[in-house]
Design a protein around this ligand. Structure first.
Ligand code: ATP
Ligand code: MG
Length: 351
């Protein structure tokens, strides 16, 4: 359904020296800086999938989404959506897709929601009966009843996002691209939106491409995850695999009666935190086990309490963002590594 083949986007940023001279120089002989935002990204997305697209700020997620939707033309590589070029066949493509950019609204600021929805309905020529049916349904699932007569400009962030989703899905697109649909929203609204996305996917088989910094969105919605780092796709596969591969670390914390000065750290474990009477260890469960680590500690010192923590997705993803995946393993020390650098830049001249 969606095919991306070696997608690359290099932005050309005009450079201008300060002042009037700079402005004149820029007119006569423009200089550009290139910024490589996305490099050789390839993937295929099948109908009905919900794919999570994640990466740190500036990794290239929105740029990819813009190329998939036809808003941006790739510098090189190819996108096919339903076999079409989404940029060249923008009109045909628009019927099949819906897009939400969480950072900005696409609705008419001064119109009441119902008027906006009616406009969308006219643009896409949704049959009347179907439109009514969907309004009723969306009003219920997104709790929009009270909002239909409210202009967008008077809505709160969470209300706007719910309105946005309704407007994006009223023509029942086969694919929706959601770029941070839950950004800045409270937990209840997030939950509502996740349920809504899930429902649309299950009922209509709608394909969903979702970028988000909220790993709760990913856990609840996506079976498959793409991870982009510095413009390069570093992972494409099931969420479960990431968890298996990186979830091999466990953390165990001991409260002790005496102080810990002479403790010998058990084999296969590293110290995460050590205070006078409190010790947190991380161990690789493919090397050792919780019972061996705790037996070793308890043979050395009297323990008053202990707890074992399963790694959550955010811990795992942090390791991956910090380079764990590229090196094939996620060594505990890597969590101390600095975050990957910004997108590579080079200066070129043109004109
Ligand atoms: N219109 C543009 N002109 C020049 N550079 C751009 C433009 N849009 C994005 N970039 C740069 O391209 C890189 C990728 O940006 P992009 O918006 O795709 O990242 P992102 O993964 O969506 O980040 P975020 O999580 O912050 O939304 C960044 O370095 C950004 O500064
Ligand atoms: Mg973005």
């Amino acid at each position: 359904m969606i095919q991306a083949e070696k997608l690359t986007k290099i932005y050309k940023i005009p450079e201008k020296a300060p002042g009037v001279t700079g402005a004149i120089k820029a007119l006569v002989r423009p200089r550009y800086r290139s910024r490589i935002a996305v490099t050789d990204v390839s993937f295929v997305i099948d109908p009905g999938e919900i794919v999570g697209y994640i990466g740190v700020n500036g990794a290239g997620k929105s740029t990819t989404i813009k190329m998939l939707t036809g808003i941006l033309l790739p510098t090189s590589g190819e996108v096919r959506v339903f076999g079409r070029d989404p940029h060249r066949d923008r009109v045909a493509n628009a019927r099949d897709i819906g897009v939400v950019f969480g950072q900005r609204t696409q609705l008419w600021w001064d119109l009441a929601l119902i008027e906006s929805l009616t406009m969308v309905d006219r643009i896409y020529e949704v049959p009347d009966a179907r439109f009514k049916q969907l309004i009723t349904e969306f009003s219920e699932t997104l709790e929009l009843q009270e909002l239909l007569k409210v202009p967008i400009r008077n809505m709160s962030l969470g209300q706007k996002m719910r309105a946005e989703l309704a407007a994006t899905l009223i023509h029942e697109p086969k694919i929706v691209y959601l770029d941070e649909p839950t950004i800045g929203l409270d937990l209840l609204v997030k939950e509502k939106i996740r349920e809504f996305i899930k429902r649309v996917n299950q009922r209509n088989g709608t394909t969903v491409v979702l970028t988000t910094h909220d790993l709760g969105d990913i856990e609840e919605l996506c079976n498959r995850v793409l991870i982009i780092d510095n413009g390069v796709l570093i992972y494409d596969g099931p969420l479960a695999t990431i968890k298996d591969r990186f979830g091999k670390y466990r953390q165990i914390t001991f409260e002790t009666i005496a102080d810990l000065n002479h403790l010998v750290v058990p084999e296969g474990a590293v110290v995460l935190e050590k205070e006078e009477r409190r010790l947190s260890l991380r161990f690789d469960r493919s090397i050792t086990s919780a019972s061996r680590v705790s037996a070793s500690v308890m043979s050395q010192i009297e323990v008053s309490d202990l707890s074992l923590t399963e790694p959550d997705l955010s811990m795992i993803v942090k390791q991956i963002y910090q380079g764990g995946l590229k090196q094939g393993t996620a060594a505990p020390e890597q969590s101390e590594m600095p975050a990957p650098g910004v997108v590579s830049e080079q200066v070129t001249e043109s004109g």
